[in-house]
Design a protein around this ligand. Sequence first.
Ligand code: HEC
Length: 177
Amino acid sequence: MHVARLLLSTLTAAMSLAACAPATDKAPAAAPTPPPQASVREINLPISINAVMVALVDHASEPIWLDAYRPPTTDAGWREAEHHAYQSALSGKTIQLAGTGPNDSEWVRDPEWIRMADEMSNSGMDALSAVKARNIDQLTAAGDRLVASCNACHVAFKPDLPSMGLYKSPDYPPPQP
Ligand code: HEC
């Protein structure tokens, strides 16, 4: 690892030296070499994926489904809908990082998990377009795609009893007046 890094930096140094040397022939200059990629920092969630499900995934998606039935009537309502769409799109990416749940790191290594999580994220992006266009049919279609993504993954990965004893809040979303 260290040796590889040392080699890389030596190589880069040699190349930049070569780039600075005065041109002695008319050969076209080589395309600049991009700097070596910094090593990717591993990020872990401070909570379990199960908790992300309850606090973010579910919290964002339920109102989207409700909005498709009873569309917002005010600008503020549509802005809320937009935030929920953003949250859904983000949550599909968030659950690709392992958190503190006992199964998290195994799940995020599974390509099927990633595919299904991306599907949830893409459904959120569909919801975002629908909300921006104020288009209820599109929002309904996005909601259907979203719920299909939840179900597909739960069938494949969700244990009967969620880890760490966290369940969906029965009071969310709050009843509409
Ligand atoms: C990529 C896989 C995946 C996707 C997509 C997914 N879930 Fe989950 N979900 C899980 C897993 C796995 C658990 C159980 C986690 C555990 O036990 O540690 C879970 C747990 C939950 C829980 C908490 C447990 C419970 O039964 O109350 C809720 C709520 C939930 N998911 C809602 C949703 C909703 C709503 C969607 C779609 C908008 C969704 N999930 C999409 C994998 C997924």
